[in-house]
Design a protein around this ligand. Sequence first.
Ligand code: ZN
Length: 418
Amino acid sequence: MDSAHLSRWRRDLHQAPEAAWCEYRTTSLIARHLSDLGLTITLGDELLSAPHVMGRDIDVAREKARALHQGADPHWLDSIGELTGVMGELNTGRPGPVLAFRFDMDAVEVGESPQETHFPVKEGFVSRNQGWMHACGHDGHVAMGLALASRLASRREQLCGRIKFLFQPAEEGCRGGKALAAGGSLDDVDALLTLHLGIHAQSGELVINPTDFLCSTKFDLHFLGTASHAGLEPNAGANALAAACMATTALLGIPRHRDGMTRINIGQLNAGSGRNVIPDLAILRGETRGASSALNDYMFAHVQHIAEGCARAHGVDFHIIKQGEAIGLTNSATLLPALTQLAAELGLTVIGERPFGASEDAGFLLEQVQSHGGEAAYLVLGANLTAPHHHACFDFDEAVLERGVTLLERWAQARLRS
Ligand SMILES: [Zn+2]
């Protein structure tokens, strides 16, 4: 399983990028590969906790038809129910620890650059899905996961314990991590590793302890009133738009917290049906953020109180629907010395702490493992970029994938030597 394989996989995934919750092609191809290696397969509907799924509103039949047209594996595509995502479990049959690796696999709503100088254009693997692009490197993450599974499966006779290869849907918008964490697959895991390519780190670097993950809650707030004739009987109505306007100004006035950064935004308000009708529906779309989970919780608790108060003031009902969520993330310190040593042996420059500065729903996965007494860490594998993440000209140095896989492979071998 060499770097040519890694590039080939990465490029195949790159030319068919799939949106969050629509990763049917990707899931089917991963399932086929892991099944061919002799791993036990668990697909999305069994892997994820459906009540924790966030921000999913898709046409399954249409997405599956598209995936099939773009080369999904027909057998595995048929086996996938509603939810994307897949886990392959390698059971050595010998008692020992349980390790897990998590790879995310969705693309970003960005139209890929058609410029001839853009590497995927030049090499013929530019996105074929208009308006969607692997502009965050998750194609590279999946390729690494496939290679890692191949290498460890081929060495199963020298290993003990079990290894779970988790391919998570819908990381973008922080929508899938919580459902994966709540699905139960991590509850017996002794150690979990996950990583991201190229965030504030160059080729040849490994950030072993990224900091400053932004905690965030994405929400829709619905006010449900009663419509009535604005001239004949306005008193019979309950004005959802009025509640939404009151809520907007109140939400933007939540007092900031002395303990650190907080944010709130109401980015959208849609309401009403006509000039002479008391509006019976208003939908706000917003988000809170905080430098810590406690600070984000503080902001979101105020959102709930304000929504309730404004609804009551105008005699309307309300619902808050979470559309995405990210919590903080703290690496288990006990994992870091061995990873530092392995990285150094591979010639990687190890960076201790470096601010990450974005949100990541892997926090739920780390928390799930750590709350059961396991260890977990999130790494940043440096990669030179042609443009920032989520940019139309984004591309990363594929050469880093090989060393990344070797690092994970050696770490697993060291922990599971039989
Ligand atoms: Zn990403």
